[in-house]
Design a protein around this ligand. Structure first.
Ligand SMILES: Nc1ncnc2c1ncn2[C@@H]1O[C@H](COP(=O)(O)OP(=O)(O)OP(=O)(O)O)[C@@H](O)[C@H]1O
Ligand SMILES: [Mg+2]
Length: 259
């Protein structure tokens, strides 16, 4: 029997470091598992993972869909509709081959406010592509919506990211509660990002979610943001990379002895 893909989804409150952590997961998997087929999915309509991974503005699934709608309006209705019904086609068109991994962005829909359509694609993408990859890393939208809409149903490892704030920790606990009903995960865990030396770790309660790693404020990241550099240029001993490795070991995705 074919081995099932490890599907990691990163989610949590807005602005807590989900995309940075997701990008580092891709970096670490690429470095530590050179034989593995790795796919990174930017599932946040606000996009951002491509920049963190140093990928030039790729076509999103939504762009491809829109171009078909334009074609249909120009008269090629029949052909466009046939293609529109073929999720495989859109996915292959949007798949970007990067150095050591593949990348796909779902994109943002025309009308602001409702991401339901995009979330519909996302579910298709995950199920179609997870057969072709060993590791699928999903940078999710902030909040509970994608879990709620069963988009994340097939995720095997649910990584909940929070900053030390009470609000951030409440958000991951509500996501976990919904996920317990709707996601068939094998493992769930939290990463508490941007802790400071004086942060009272013992007060950072996450309810029934085990904390896999605490990640310190990382000065490298601030500078990288300003310069627009990708995570591949980050030093291997940067706090965020060490934290991500620790989390992946706790998840048993990396071996305990790997450094
Ligand atoms: N450990 C850290 N140390 C310093 N800066 C960090 C750290 N983690 C994240 N950041 C910075 O915080 C900002 C937000 O991070 P990021 O974009 O990864 O968050 P996000 O959760 O994906 O946000 P959004 O909800 O908007 O998608 C970025 O400028 C990033 O560089
Ligand atoms: Mg993000």
């Amino acid at each position: 029997m074919e081995k099932k893909a490890t599907i990691i989804a990163v989610t949590g409150k807005g602005g807590v470091g989900k995309t940075s952590i997701a990008a580092i997961i891709v970096k670490v998997l690429r470095d530590m598992k050179p034989q593995a087929r790795i796919l990174a999915i930017d599932a946040d309509p606000a996009v951002g993972l491509s920049t963190a991974l140093g990928i030039e503005v790729p076509k999103t699934i939504d762009d491809i869909r829109k171009s078909f709608i334009d074609k249909a309006e120009a008269g090629e209705t029949r052909q466009a509709i046939e293609l529109l019904n073929d999720a495989q086609y859109e996915i292959l068109e949007a798949l970007v081959e990067a150095d050591g991994f593949n990348f796909i962005a779902v994109g943002r829909p025309e009308a602001a406010g409702c991401y339901c359509k995009v979330n519909g694609y996302l579910k298709d993408i995950i199920s179609i592509l997870s057969e072709k990859f060993d590791y699928v890393m999903i940078d999710g939208e902030a909040g509970v919506e994608q879990v709620n809409r069963r988009v994340m149903e097939q995720v095997s490892h649910l990584l909940l990211v929070s900053d030390p704030s009470k609000k951030g920790r409440q958000v991951i606990q509500s996501i976990k509660q919904v996920a317990d009903h709707l996601v068939m995960y094998d493992k769930v865990g939290a990463v508490i990002n941007r802790v400071r030396e004086d942060s009272p770790i013992e007060l950072l309660d996450t309810g029934d979610i085990p904390v896999l790693a605490y990640i310190e404020e990382d000065k490298n990241l601030n500078r990288f943001d300003i310069e627009g550099k990708s995570v591949f240029e980050l030093p291997k001993d940067s706090p965020i990379e060490l934290g991500v490795k620790k989390a992946l070991k706790e998840f048993r995705i990396l071996q305990e002895e790997s450094r």
